[in-house]
Ligand binder design. Structure first.
Ligand SMILES: [Zn+2]
Length: 244
């Protein structure tokens, strides 16, 4: 039986030599993290594939751990993807449908503003390699601060646009800033997604709603010892998995 095994979800932004520790990790840090993951018997995979495994319809019999990236930075293609490939892993990248090939314009915080976002052609290449393209809305608004009809358009249109632009099914969603109102998870379901990730950490007895999925954020501030402890606690079952 695989159904009672726990599937953790890691959450990253940037992977680049110049990444501010608040926004990401260096390729060296990322590579060390992926190596540890492999040594502990985890297989880094996409959220979509982890969900399928959890439902028991994926014959894959090793221990999956979902790796997710928010925003779709250009450096995910340049640095993270080759490292993942080296370990035989894939991941989910949540793209901002209306900003691909452009740069971050949704904040003025200098560590984020102006960062390059991946071109659709590169995203298509990753999809061909088995990576999953998830949706992170069209323009990266704070969904809790806009009217519902607008939130609905961001949720629905981003899925249509990404699946068209990247020629792939888009089945998972991620709330920008982890922010949403109670009406939004059902909108996400209605728009045709099968799950959505928040930025909340798993708590025992917390939500088991696949449209409010927890995760473990990883940034350059985390440090290797804490990363290793987190993975160990997942491995030993001391910490609950994030995929409900
Ligand atoms: Zn984001």
């Amino acid at each position: 039986m695989t159904a009672d095994l726990r599937v953790p979800v890691l959450y990253y932004h940037r992977v680049a030599p110049d990444a501010d520790p608040r926004t990401g990790v260096t390729p060296g840090q990322f590579s060390a993290q992926m190596a540890l993951l492999g040594r502990l018997g985890f297989v880094g995979t996409s959220l979509e594939r982890a969900l399928t495994w959890k439902e028991g319809s994926d014959p894959w019999n090793r221990r999956p751990l979902a790796i997710t990236f928010d925003d779709g930075y250009e450096d995910n293609f340049a640095y993270a993807a080759p490292i993942l490939e080296g370990f035989g892993f894939v991941a989910t990248i949540f793209f901002v449908a209306g900003r691909m090939g452009q740069s971050v314009d949704w904040t003025t915080d200098p560590v984020w503003a102006g960062q390059r976002l991946m071109e659709p052609s590169k995203a298509r290449e990753l999809v061909r390699l088995g990576f999953e393209a998830g949706s992170h809305t069209v323009t990266h608004p704070d969904l809790a601060k806009i009217p519902d009809p607008e939130a609905w358009r961001e949720i629905r249109d981003s899925r249509e646009r990404l699946s068209q632009d990247l020629s792939c099914p888009v089945t998972t969603f991620c709330y920008p800033y982890g922010s949403f109102r109670d009406s939004h998870p059902s909108m996400v379901r209605e728009a045709g997604y099968r799950a959505a990730r928040t930025v909340r950490r798993y708590r025992p007895g917390g939500s088991s709603d696949p449209f409010r999925m927890a995760c473990r954020p990883v940034s350059g501030r985390m440090g290797f010892p804490r990363f290793a402890l987190t993975l160990l606690s997942y491995r030993l079952g001391l910490r609950g998995g994030d995929v409900p």
